[in-house]
Design a protein around this ligand. Structure first.
Ligand code: NAP
Length: 252
């Protein structure tokens, strides 16, 4: 995964799931990790990290964090940001409320954009930002507000990559499929089962498997990778509907 010694990263949603695994992997690789989440009560620390409280949907809280991280000399000090904080909203088209859309967009789309706004001025040349999207942001999804917020995050990723490229800052998106975390633990069993059927690898993923891809995108090994999207989904979205057709023809 390469060394991340002498590098500083901010990871949101770091108390749980994919964010926690990413914070832990970065700390293991020698980085200084600012691990941010809504609350830390009862949550174990994901390794040797600095835990901070942050609501990603609140612009003022990002400003406070940026001020805390600004070195006395004012020179750039941050090497990357991982926007992993997220919430789900599972209501379907006819049931989703305006509040569902507002909540999903505030955390899953506006939050990452606010984080990029606040921290990009502190980033060094060569810094890397990774937004955690979703397979739900690349196809139709039964939870309309959640899916739409993840589609929006793809647009934010592309625009930020365009705007920040001249400063040497890369911005990419990772789109997980079904990963075993507290978020998916609250989903109906039928959702998990249907994902397994639709996934060519026929298994779910782990937070560490997503973290490994994020850590790669943060590293200089990915120095020419920006404005792109990587699915970490066992092939869920790649077959584009071909899997049930192939199965019907072959009986596999
Ligand atoms: P998770 O275990 O629920 O972790 C998400 C973390 O984000 C939680 O600690 C949560 O805190 C925190 N959070 C929620 N709202 C926040 C806010 N306003 N400010 C700061 N932190 C906030 O979920 P996960 O599965 O690891 O999800 C991580 C990311 O991956 C999310 O963006 C999710 O949409 C995406 N994703 C997950 C899957 C999957 O299968 N698990 C698939 C595709 C995409 P609380 O627990 O207090 O709410």
């Amino acid at each position: 995964m390469g060394s991340h010694e002498d590098r500083t990263y901010v990871v949101t949603g770091a108390a749980s799931g994919i964010g926690a695994a990413t914070a832990a992997a970065l700390a293991d690789a020698g980085a200084r990790v600012i691990a941010a989440d809504l609350a830390w009560d009862g949550a174990p620390s994901p390794g040797d990290v600095e835990r901070v409280r942050l609501d990603v949907s609140q612009p003022g809280e990002w400003v406070v964090l940026a001020e805390q991280l600004r070195p006395a000399g004012g020179e750039p000090s941050i090497d990357g940001l991982v926007n992993a904080a997220g919430i789900t909203r599972r209501a379907r088209l006819h049931d989703a409320t305006a509040d569902d859309f507002a909540a999903a967009f505030a955390v899953n789309a506006t939050g990452p954009a606010l984080g990029i706004q606040a921290l990009a001025p502190l980033m060094r040349d060569g810094a890397s930002i990774v937004n955690v999207g979703s397979a739900a942001g690349t196809m139709a999804h039964y939870g309309i507000a959640y899916g739409a917020s993840k589609w929006a995050l793809r647009g934010i990723t592309k625009t930020a990559a365009m705007e920040l490229g001249p400063r040497g800052i890369r911005v990419n998106l990772v789109s997980p499929g079904f990963i075993e975390t507290p978020m998916t633990a609250s989903a109906p069993v039928a959702f998990r089962d249907a994902n397994l059927v639709a996934t060519p690898l026929a298994r779910t993923g782990t937070p560490a498997q997503v973290a490994a891809v994020i850590v790669h995108l943060l590293s200089p090994d990915a120095a020419f990778v920006t404005a792109t999207e990587i699915a970490v989904d066992g092939g869920l979205t790649g077959h584009g509907g071909g899997l049930p057709i192939a199965r019907a023809l072959t009986g596999d």
